[in-house]
Ligand binder design. Structure first.
Ligand code: GLP
Length: 236
């Protein structure tokens, strides 16, 4: 594992965007695993600049996102599909039909999960998976549990996650109680993992996840078993 500590969020975003840009340059037909949340916003801004100034080309890139709230469709401004469109896809030359986000409105979420994993396999797997980390150690929406769940699946969100994400909604009651998330299998099968975290509030969970025991109660700790992980943490 490469653990990089930087001083500012700007530096974190620049380093993360550079690693993603390098992936696209080395393999233009790559599959990027993408994440939502506030952490990657700066990274996406840099990637948009890189695309606008001709440094990177998204035309052959395929993306798969980690998760989606159950019940929110892409027109809902709180959905992760909407987040990805407005924070990245609408501003770069990616083919939107090759950007995949789990369907949180699928009637049969179990079938949607199976379909999502099959689709990732059919794409040849993920070349680089970008991850944030929740305050409780979740990655995607894989919440602390007794076991690590392999497949893409429906999850009940923890109270702490609902509280943490309420800042994006009008109030806490509007936060969906369930989500569909890529499971640990597709994440762990990604060729490379890049996890970004910033701020003092994340320091303790980042230390637990990467320097404590591997434990499903700290979902991100499974990444210690992955052969190619880069963590970038910024204090601010
Ligand atoms: C959300 C997302 C995660 C994200 C995490 C941290 O709930 N499902 O993919 O990594 O929480 O979010 P933030 O970056 O806003 O702290």
């Amino acid at each position: 594992m490469k653990f990089i500590t930087v001083k500012t969020y700007e530096e974190l975003s620049e380093r993360a965007a550079d690693l993603i840009a390098a992936q696209i340059l080395v393999k233009p037909y790559c599959v990027l695993g993408l994440a939502t949340g506030s952490s990657p916003v700066g990274t996406y801004k840099r990637l948009i600049e890189d695309n606008k100034n001709g440094k990177i080309d998204f035309s052959t890139v395929v993306s798969v996102n980690l998760d989606e709230y159950v019940g929110l469709d892409g027109t809902n401004d709180q959905s992760y599909r909407y987040f990805m469109n407005t924070n990245l896809f609408d501003h770069v030359n990616i083919d939107k039909s090759k950007t995949f986000v789990p369907n949180g409105c699928a009637e049969d979420l179990e079938a949607e999960g199976e379909f999502y994993d099959t689709q990732i396999k059919a794409l040849g797997g993920i070349d680089l998976q970008l991850l944030g980390i929740g305050l409780d150690g979740h990655i995607g929406f894989n919440e602390p549990d007794e076991v690590f769940t392999a497949a893409t699946h429906e999850v009940k969100l923890d109270e702490s996650t609902i509280k943490a994400n309420a800042r994006f909604f009008a109030n806490e009651n509007e936060v969906p109680k369930t989500a569909i998330t890529m499971g640990m299998m597709s994440i762990m099968q990604a060729k490379k993992i890049l996890l970004i975290a910033n701020g003092a509030a994340k320091k303790e969970i980042v230390e637990k996840a990467f320097f404590g025991p591997v434990d499903p109660k700290v979902p991100a700790s499974i990444l210690q078993l992955h052969p190619d992980v880069t963590v970038i943490y910024s204090e601010n």
